[in-house]
Design a protein around this ligand. Structure first.
Ligand code: C2O
Length: 538
């Protein structure tokens, strides 16, 4: 195993990723953040020095953190934030997984201020190319994100203010790998300059094939991605290699990842093509007059003999209309290369109703059943649990009412390895991409309306080799059924990955395999408690 060590200095910056200047928070002054590329089994050591004016915390999205739950970086669940002027070292092994991941701030909605970047894990022993059934020689990261012109803290204060009925701030812009070029004269009231800016450019050889790792690192918008005249094959879903599936338009919600392998156009290949990523505006609460829904990038093929075409590309959109629906990619036909049978039966069945409700005076909050999650930055669930572990050792499996108020912090706990099934029924019109920390789950079902009443009956579900991923969405007024073997000790957040929604309370925590946590002398060392002593500073 190799140790890969990074030092990240977090600072406030003014930046104009698409022309419009705005305050941002960046790692080592770069946007998006630096690529972390490692091999399965490596040790990652990341020293984070926070020189910004707000607290921060870095979460490694999709990483198991097996045995290192306190490195998960989830404020209020596993960690206290890193106060301005202080620092913290993340140290963990990357084991048991490979593929496309990313990291992002898990302090409030700070990810949307620029604290995001890609994390690629290569499988051991050259298995990567073996598991990817379509050969490729070029490998590129494509990060899609919505883009706001104001700090997330300001937008969040408006969104969570009384009287706002879950009207999420609509992003005015979108980026590919942190880039876009807007027309400054469209928005005369904003400070803008586009000198030196260019759309993202992917330089590729026309004689080799290309894997693109698509990551939606945004806060809210779902994207529909296409490349003019290109079909592609989906070969990876959230770190799971799958049998190739040919499509030409990919829908991707926040926090999801897909790898696609490009199929070169059959006839006379051109040098330049547009890649188009369009935000699915059907998911938006209202019309934003500043909105430009599409962001483009250029694919440039170098022919033999070498020649470079002159920008911009002259290619055209795929002819059929883009679906306006706010729907996840249909993944029912995607099956993992390494087959794993899901457990036929479950030890725990958690049934959740997801909704937005106004219960307190004019305040719209997200609910899972009767719980709207409030993050307590200075008392992470993990610490509370560890402190009370001995006395809590008699606590039974199920909702933890001894340590947490289930109306404000819904915590479901299991003591030993067990199988957990979660059915979420959506009573809201929005699409909610739900993410579970510390695991990949089996996606057993997704659909419109009510889940079939017999879904708990034996033999109803196809458990032979379901898709395994870490972020799956539940469409408006639809449902989602997931199952996983809860063998990873720790406190793991389960939440909607729309930044606005998790901040409004649409989440819960699963404390799994709790019995093992009693032996963590991480209880005294390593869990980052020293950060909690700085609570006056954030
Ligand atoms: Cu991408 Cu709770 O995280």
């Amino acid at each position: 195993p190799t140790k890969r060590e990074y030092t990240w200095i977090i600072q406030d910056h003014e930046l104009n990723p698409d022309g419009m200047w705005r305050p941002m928070v960046l790692i080592n002054g770069t946007f998006p953040g630096p690529l972390i590329e490692c091999n399965e089994g490596d040790e990652l050591v990341v020293h984070v020095l926070n020189q910004a004016s707000n607290a921060t915390s870095i979460h490694w999205h999709g990483l198991y953190q097996n045995g290192t739950n306190w490195m998960d970086g989830t404020v209020g669940v596993t960690n206290c934030p890193i106060a301005p002027g202080s620092s913290f070292t993340y140290r963990f092994n990357v084991t048991g997984q490979s593929g496309t991941y990313y990291y992002h701030s898990h302090m409030s909605m700070q990810a949307s201020d620029g604290l995001v970047g890609p994390l690629i894990i290569h499988a051991r022993d050259g298995k990567e190319k073996e598991w990817q059934k379509v050969p490729y020689d070029q490998d590129r990261v494509v990060m899609l994100s919505d883009h706001y012109y104001d700090l997330s803290s300001e937008l969040l204060a408006q969104y969570l203010a009384p009287g706002n009925e879950n009207e999420e701030p609509v992003p005015p812009s979108a980026l590919i790998n942190g880039r876009n070029v807007r027309n400054c004269s469209d928005l005369p009231n904003r400070k803008c300059s586009t000198i030196g800016l260019a759309q993202a450019l992917f330089d590729l050889s026309a004689t080799a094939s290309t894997r693109l790792r698509i990551i939606n690192v945004g806060a809210f918008a779902e994207f529909s991605l296409q490349i003019d005249e290109h079909e592609f094959q989906v070969t990876e879903v959230d770190g799971t290699d799958v049998h190739p599936q040919r499509i030409h338009r990919l829908n991707i919600t926040p926090a999801q990842r897909y790898s696609i392998i490009l199929t070169l156009p059959r006839e006379n290949i051109k040098g330049l093509y547009w890649m188009r990523a369009r935000m699915i505006t059907h998911c938006f609460a209202y019309e934003n007059p500043e909105l430009q829904e599409e962001v483009w990038a250029t694919l440039r093929y170098h022919h033999q003999p070498f020649e470079v075409d002159v920008l911009p590309p002259q290619t055209h959109d795929w002819p059929e209309p883009i679906e306006v629906e706010c729907l996840d990619l249909n993944t029912t036909s995607l099956s993992p290369i390494l087959p794993i049978r899901a457990p036929e039966n479950t030890d725990h069945f958690i049934s959740l109703r997801a909704s937005f409700q106004i219960r307190d005076w004019r305040l719209s909050r997200g609910y899972l059943n009767d719980s709207s999650f409030y993050t307590n930055a200075s008392a992470p669930i993990l610490h509370t649990y560890l402190d009370a572990y001995d006395s809590a050792s008699a606590m039974a499996d199920g909702v933890n009412t001894a340590l947490f108020d289930p109306d404000k912090q819904l915590v479901f706990q299991t003591r030993t390895i067990s199988t957990i099934t979660i059915l979420i029924q959506n009573f809201d019109d929005g699409n909610h991409p739900f993410h579970l920390h510390g695991y990949k789950f089996f996606v057993l079902g997704q659909g419109h309306g009510y889940a079939p009443a017999n879904i708990q009956d034996a033999g109803v579900l196809d458990v032979r080799n379901p898709l395994r991923r870490d972020t799956a969405s539940m469409e408006g007024f639809g449902w989602l059924l997931i199952r996983f073997v809860a063998d990873n000790s720790g406190a793991w957040a389960f939440h909607c990955h729309v930044g606005w929604h998790v901040e409004a309370g649409l989440g819960m925590v699963l404390v799994t395999r709790g019995e093992r946590m009693g032996g963590w002398d991480g209880r005294e060392e390593g869990v980052g408690r020293e950060l909690c002593d700085l609570r006056g500073v954030w």
